[in-house]
Design a protein around this ligand. Structure first.
Ligand SMILES: NC(=O)C1=CN([C@@H]2O[C@H](COP(=O)(O)OP(=O)(O)OC[C@H]3O[C@@H](n4cnc5c(N)ncnc54)[C@H](O)[C@@H]3O)[C@@H](O)[C@H]2O)C=CC1
Ligand SMILES: O=C(O)C(=O)COP(=O)(O)O
Length: 596
């Protein structure tokens, strides 16, 4: 069920910018919940100047979503591509900023495949030239004699969704099918009667028609140049309904001019629209080229599909749910996300509690590795990305502005790496049940004694773990009960409290009268106590330290069996003077304030 979309603090609905023609079928879904601004014909400068107002951006292939656009999009949470190819979106920059990029991976593949077949037939039967000749009042039947495709070999580079759909349709036309795709599914290829070859070198000389259906990526850029074209039959025709940039346009034009290939059917160009007088424009003008202005996805049906697909995903993301097809985020099934959700809040709390509770102001700080263990039922989830992201956010929230970092499943790993936070995730199915809960999480810090602060990075906001006192155990155990987060262990102490609001956490001698002392001092300072919980030394540690139990010297070293924690939920802030006044007298060894 979709969650409500919240307005901002000023009661405004989230805003979505649509600078290209996107079908109204999807936009209608948005209009009820969002402010939808269709602004066609924006130039790059206009886009830069207005993008800062928007929470979502929906584009097709024309809008270049560059790093500067994403940087200016301070509120942007999602860039949706109403189509397949995301080569016009700077994915790396979006990931860094935690902006989810979604696309519609299947909505227009049939349209693209049908358009490929249309170009194939147009090239084979001279449809474009014959049509314009007829419109000029001519009747040139012998000039436009074509070839049949039945029995001819169609070579396909990229046997993905579009490539396979083209193969099936071309198979229906009686064509022989050969494909090169190092990642193709052999059984799908076999089911469409496609012969898969091991190398591109096996294709060039076999093709009567050659069609390309790969994404535009480093390995496909400039894939077909002069030397490849030179190896093709002079009767061969080449088709491109994928992306400009994969075929060298100048080389293709020369091959057509020299007659080393027979024809071309081209829908996509290196620069769209083509620069007047440039290589694409000259290629389009060639009499044996059939060209269309990037119309592969331009059918009513495909535009409805992609529009509804991406608009639904925009709504999901803006209501805090996960999209169906994010390009730069892991796929998480909805039912899996539901089981993880209560733990997301727990992990954020544990992270924040860790940073606030274990920090000692003024102490030299060190870089840390965390062991994060999921125990019990939660350990069987296939992904824990949302939990990882929540922990990173929690660890950083007390020391940096996490709002501006927008930490989420998209960028959490990157942010953690940049801040020197190393998190090892582990799973244990049994442990939590033996402790009496169905699932729990343990965060244990291992501080690297060889890397004092400042040795690796001069960043002021880099995460530095607090230096632990000699024997301090930096561990937090949390669990969820009735959708509420609980802390079950803090350092050496076994406890059970709900971490929320302002907490005063005191470590004291485990002897009568401590509560009265702290309560009295807080009372005279006008601080109201909401709840209180006493935490003895965890039983495992108690066993270990039985023989060595000595009284603490009061310097924060060597917690022993004779100590306990007192956790007080208090209303409002506790002045620093009041906190300090609690320490050192009447058996109170330490007092720390934590805000959750
Ligand atoms: N002209 C238009 O309006 C449209 C164009 N497209 C374009 O069509 C292309 C294909 O789309 P889909 O089939 O949906 O993508 P897809 O991801 O399903 O398939 C791409 C295939 O290319 C293969 N591939 C990747 N690198 C390769 C390489 N170096 N050599 C050989 N094969 C390689 C992959 O293994 C994959 O099987 C994309 O570039 C997309 O942008 C898609 C829809 C409409
Ligand atoms: O989906 C794709 O990859 C396309 O190329 C379609 O582009 P368009 O949305 O028509 O600008």
């Amino acid at each position: 069920m979709p969650l409500p979309i919240h307005t901002d603090g000023l009661g405004q609905r989230p805003k979505v910018l649509i600078p290209e023609k996107v079908s109204t079928d999807g936009l209608k879904l948005l209009q009820a919940k969002l402010e939808v601004h269709e602004r066609k014909g924006l130039d790059p400068q206009d886009l830069l100047s207005i993008i800062g107002e928007y929470d979502a951006l929906i584009v097709r292939s024309e809008t270049k979503v560059t790093a500067p656009v994403l940087a200016a999009g301070k509120r942007l949470r999602v860039v949706a591509r109403a189509g397949v190819g995301v080569d016009n979106v700077d994915l790396e920059a979006a990931t860094k900023r935690g902006i989810i990029v979604v696309n519609s991976p299947t909505g227009n593949i049939n349209a693209a495949a049908e358009h490929t077949i249309a170009l194939l037939m147009s090239v084979a039967r001279n449809i474009g030239n014959a049509c314009s000749s007829l419109k000029q009042g001519k009747w040139e039947r012998s000039k436009y004699v074509g070839v049949e495709v039945k029995g001819k070999t169609l070579c396909i580079i990229g046997l993905g969704k579009v490539g396979l759909t083209v193969a099936r349709a071309a198979g229906g036309l009686g064509m022989e099918l050969v494909a090169y795709d190092p990642y193709a599914n052999p059984s799908l290829a076999a089911s469409a009667n496609v012969e898969l070859v091991q190398s591109l070198d096996d294709l060039w000389s076999r093709a009567d028609f050659l069609t390309i259906h790969t994404p535009l990526i480093a390995s496909t850029k400039g894939m077909i140049g002069a030397s490849e074209l030179a190896r093709m039959k002079p009767t061969a025709c080449i088709l491109n309904v994928a992306r400009g940039g994969m075929i060298d346009e100048t080389a293709l034009l020369s091959a057509l001019e020299e007659g080393s290939i027979a024809g071309a059917g081209i829908d996509v160009f290196t620069s769209e629209p083509p620069q007047p007088g440039g290589s694409a424009a000259r290629l389009i003008e060639h009499p044996r080229t059939v060209a269309t202005p990037h119309l592969g996805a331009s059918t009513v049906e495909a535009q409805e599909n992609v529009s509804i697909d991406v608009c639904t995903q925009v709504l999901s993301i803006l209501s805090g749910q996960l999209p169906r097809s994010a390009v730069n985020a892991p796929i998480i099934l909805p039912e899996e996300y539901r089981t993880l959700q209560p733990f997301v809040s727990l992990l954020e709390t544990i992270g924040s509690l860790y940073t606030q509770y274990f920090s000692r102001p003024g102490e030299r700080q060190l870089r840390t590795t965390f062991d994060l263990t999921y125990e019990g039922s939660i350990a069987s989830n296939t992904t824990t990305k949302p939990l990882f992201a929540a922990l990173v956010k929690g660890l950083l929230s007390p020391v940096t502005n996490t709002e501006s970092l927008n930490i989420n499943i998209v960028n959490a790993e990157l942010v953690a790496k940049e801040r020197g936070i190393l998190i090892n995730e582990q799973r244990s199915r049994e442990k939590a049940e033996s402790e009496g809960y169905s699932a729990s999480v343990t965060l244990r810090a291992r501080v690297d004694p060889r890397s004092p602060s400042g040795t690796r990075s001069a960043r002021a906001d880099s995460f530095m773990a607090p230096r632990p006192s000699a024997l301090e155990d930096q561990v937090i155990v949390g669990f969820v009960s009735n959708n509420t987060s609980y802390i079950g262990r803090l350092g050496h102490f076994s406890t059970s409290f709900i971490p929320s609001g302002t907490l005063l956490i005191c470590r004291n001698h485990d002897s009568p009268g401590r509560i009265g002392v702290v309560g009295g001092k807080l009372g005279s300072a006008g601080v109201n106590i909401r709840f209180m919980s006493v935490a003895p030394v965890d039983k495992e540690i108690g066993e270990e330290s039985k023989d060595s139990a000595v009284t603490d010297s009061g310097n924060g070293v060597a917690p022993v069996k004779t100590e306990a924690l007192m956790i007080l939920g208090v209303d409002g802030p506790v002045e620093e003077e009041v906190r300090k006044s609690l320490i050192g007298t009447d058996g109170v060894l330490d007092a720390r304030i934590v805000d959750i």
